[in-house]
Design a protein around this ligand. Sequence first.
Ligand code: SAH
Ligand code: SF4
Ligand code: F3S
Length: 447
Amino acid sequence: MFKKFKIKTFGCQMNIYDSQKISDIFYKIGFKNTLSDEDADIYVINTCHIRNKAKQKLYSELGKIYKIKKNRYENKKKTILIVAGCVAQAEGKEIFKRAPYVDIIVGSQSYQKIPKLLKKINKKAEEKVFVELDFEPKSKFDELPKDKFTNEISSYLTIQEGCNKFCKFCVVPYTRGPEYSRSVEEIVDEAKSLVNKGTKEIILLGQNVNAYHGLDLNNRNSNLGKLIYTLDKIKGLKRIRYMTPHPKDMHDDLYSAHKDLEKLMPFLHLPVQSGSDKILKEMNRNYTSNEYLEIIDRVKDCRRDMVFSSDFIVGYPGETKKDFENTLDIIDKVKYVQAFSFIYSPRPGTTAFNLKDNISLDEKKERLIVLQKKLKFYQESFNKNFVTKSLEVLFNNSFKEKEYQSLGYSQYMQLVRINNKINMHGKIENLKIKKSFYKSLEASSVI
Ligand code: SAH
Ligand code: SF4
Ligand code: F3S
């Protein structure tokens, strides 16, 4: 029988959540986790399709695993290689053409079927093709293991899957399928069970998390704001966050939650993508830069210390220098404290794929550098501002060298480190900040 599994995860937080669920499937049937590639009897690659580079990671990874699988085979050890996630969903059987040594391909909404596929593959060793690509989010959540096999301080909890927005550049509506929301009851049960196991912070996840509309106990459609009010009541839960919201789906209950609930953290990732109204329209984002700024102001009116992060795409087809400057302007207005930024990557199957690309690669790279320099300035300045001041940090990682080195996140999602004699794991403390860096802070003492 197989004994050990390894999962390598690419992509977003939802893929991390899925990988944890896949781990739980293996734990449940008696497998152990291994960190070594050579020891894995089952090797899962959970893939991302969002940009071409993300997809390429699958194929470079497969090359490595092929050699290991071959070596193990020569030593009479079988390896089952599973490709899961968004590339599996998008490319399906095509993957076998480039990598015939893959055993199972399983799309992003069918992980619950892994045990069945494993049984099948053990029976019919000679049959090669096992592909499962149905969109079945309901049975995915119904059938995946409910209980976590590991304890964490900060936990992801997927409440919503898929997307109906169809931004013209994006593969998510194709790789994750249409929007699906889990019921309030199911989510509250999962949250309580996490808190009982030691979780102090829950990060609610969805590709379009504020489009959440799951059924409540009275069989009425709820929304993200209402859901957060319900979760806020869980004793022992200290912090709540959510990602990724779409500006268009911010709603009254959610604004109120930011105003009323201390546990809802004052950091919001609200991707704008571009500051140009023309490009936003062409992307099918459904808001103008002014509308976006009004949303930011409204969130700030609810909680004065609110800070923001965003995703940006540069070099979208048709983006002129002026359009790009508009994006720089919006950064100056919002003063994001964190951000992810990418050069536009044309994705097969999306509407934008056939648009004429009229910007040279050098120009795109140049724009990305300028943009990232500005973003860095605001992130660094924000962090610098806290030197000698205090931040509240939830520690989720602690290890001992001479002293303990503990790592955690502030309420504003800054990474904070402290070296002292205490094991801070799981504690929430007010700390005095002594040094600041571009992406992190160092604390001197507990206040
Ligand atoms: N639902 C979220 C985004 C999910 S995808 C939202 O609407 O904002 C995560 C990020 O990847 C996006 O915000 C976008 O900035 C980036 N992205 C998506 N498709 C891309 C593409 N084709 N090229 C470059 N970046 C892309
Ligand atoms: Fe992609 Fe747009 Fe949906 Fe976000 S809202 S997942 S960018 S289609
Ligand atoms: Fe990537 Fe799929 Fe997430 S494409 S970003 S892993 S939803």
